[in-house]
Design a protein around this ligand. Structure first.
Ligand SMILES: [Zn+2]
Length: 406
């Protein structure tokens, strides 16, 4: 008898606590007028996105107002809703000042990036370790900004403008290990001069010796950390492909052979096309040295052809603006520029969502609006599939279920 009493008591208790759990469940339902749930596919209309605990739990047709729990409705019935965009090449915490300046720059740049609808970025080169602290503070919810995957300092041959020292096998190993144990999610190498230096021309030699790149990539492999390679000249592009890098940044003079290898080995091309805005302005500025202006004009002429060639060959491409060189908060420029040279709007939006998630190896949690993914959701006034400029009109930003802009 006593036993039965306890059983009843226990079951009553568990029923009531279950009911309480149901009541406490906080569910957000977003009514999306137009929903591009997977960029590259046809958009859907009048959909309900269910969000709970930072994740998308369901996407259903028609506008639904009820669920078992505490329901909040977000009305985006007159908006174009899509997954948060991602920029694969930014420098958030770079400044010419001291560590305090880097941090301040990082906080400010993170904010404007998120407000522009970019919920995730890959930071490919910071002035110091402050980028790691910034990343962690954003993850903890203390600072407003995008989710950051960071490479920390760039690894180069050392010296001014040439990154953290990798100059002999031993130093390359040490620097790479130090960066990874210090918190780097990626390794970024400077395999050629920077684009503004004369030594970045088409036929220039790579900055590293093969055994130095090998040392970096071998250490990275041991820690399962991917490597991104900055490269302008043809030779450095060919060289880094021998060592299994995951992306080539800029790639101004990639050869046809390199592009074929990138298709075969699924290596991403990040053209950082937005930088052309700055080059255009400089070429048009009468105070620019004529020889320099001529060199920049050559790049301006070649870049669109290069990108279209890669696109037509099927090289994986993802958006990366080089914000820090290009302005922060205008990360949409990369998408607009892609469309301007003939890439379809649908593909350009795919390059900033689906492809970026693939490059980060986070397709299970990022890049689309599907059940199980992080609730990184943005809304646009207008329709960027019809008019790509509408991508500038970001009216709503949600990252991991939290609304940052409404
Ligand atoms: Zn860069």
């Amino acid at each position: 008898m006593k036993f039965i009493f306890y059983v009843i008591l226990i079951s009553l208790f568990s029923v009531s606590s279950f009911a309480q759990d149901e009541e406490n469940r906080k569910i957000t339902i977003i009514h999306a007028g137009t929903l591009l749930n997977v960029a590259g596919q046809e958009p859907l209309s009048e959909q309900s996105i269910f969000v709970e605990d930072g994740k998308i739990t369901d996407v259903r047709a028609s506008y639904i107002n009820d669920a078992d729990g505490d329901v909040t409705i977000i009305d985006l019935s007159d908006k174009f809703v899509m997954a948060g965009m991602m920029d694969m090449h930014v420098h958030l915490a770079n400044s010419s000042g001291n560590p305090a300046d880097h941090v301040l720059a990082g906080v400010k740049n993170s904010y404007v990036t998120l407000m522009a609808g970019f919920t995730t970025v890959r930071d490919l080169g910071a002035s110091d370790d402050s980028i790691f602290k910034l990343r962690d503070a954003i993850n903890d919810g203390d600072i407003i900004g995008p989710r950051i995957y960071s490479a920390g300092n760039i690894i180069g041959v050392g010296g001014r403008e040439n990154g953290k020292e990798c100059n002999s096998v031993e130093s390359c190993r040490k620097t790479t290990r130090d960066m990874i144990t210090g918190g780097a999610d990626w390794i970024k190498i400077y395999s050629s001069c920077s684009g503004t230096q004369p030594c970045a021309h088409e036929d220039a030699a790579p900055m590293f010796f093969p055994d130095e790149i090998e040392a970096v990539t071998e250490v990275a492999k041991k820690y399962e950390i991917p490597v991104a390679a900055h490269s302008h000249p043809t030779a450095s592009g060919n060289m880094v492909l021998d060592y299994g890098v995951k992306s080539i940044e800029h790639g101004s003079h990639l050869s046809t052979e390199a592009m074929e290898r990138m298709v075969r080995d699924h290596v991403y091309y990040i053209p950082t096309f937005s930088v052309m805005d700055m080059l255009e302005a400089r070429v048009n500025n009468p105070s620019t040295d004529p020889a320099r202006a001529k060199r920049m004009q050559k790049t301006l002429d070649k870049n669109p052809r290069q990108i279209m060639k890669a696109y037509e060959m099927g090289v994986p491409i993802a958006t990366g603006t080089d914000a820090g060189v290009a302005p922060h908060g205008k990360n949409y420029r990369e998408i607009e520029r892609f469309v301007k040279i003939g890439i379809s709007s649908a593909d350009a939006l795919k390059m900033t969502t689906v492809n970026t998630a693939d490059l980060l190896d986070k397709s299970d949690t990022l890049g689309t609006i599907e059940k199980g993914k992080f609730a990184d959701i943005i809304a646009v006034t207008g329709n960027p599939l019809e008019n790509i400029k509408d991508i500038e009109n970001i009216t709503f930003v949600m990252k991991e279920g939290r609304v940052y802009k409404d």
